[in-house]
Design a protein. Sequence first.
Length: 165
Amino acid sequence: MASEHDYSCACCGDRHGEVPMNFSSPAPVHWEGSPAADPDSVLTSDRCVIKGEHVFVRGLVELPVIGSDEVFSWGVWDSLSAADYARAVEAWDRPGREREPCSFGWFSTELPICTPTTANLTTRLHTRPVAERPWIELEPTDHPLAVEQRPASPWAGSGRSPTRC
């Protein structure tokens, strides 16, 4: 019997009976209009290069869920400097990569439910162990998404927050 929380997963195509705890963007907002045939543009599930000069890594913005140990995640894109992107790519499959210093970035996903826009919020990208997506920490501003992510926010449950940087 279907419940009001059933949904069809866009990734696996299966039907799930629980509330979805992750939504993801397939590409950075800047990918719009970038021809896939451009030899200097590449989009994978984890990384993106546009015209050989703009580079992005996919990571997670995690929000604590009130009254739960669960975390809701937005799978989003973060723009990095060329040097930080090169360091991330070099360490991508290396055990211990979570000890890398964090990187400054720009939020490169437009979350349609957020007002004002989420594009170009400042971030820190924290690497995690191999096979885990990086964690994206929003700069503590008054933007509603940044407020929800902060441990001191009224929404916080677990208060998990890496502090390296």
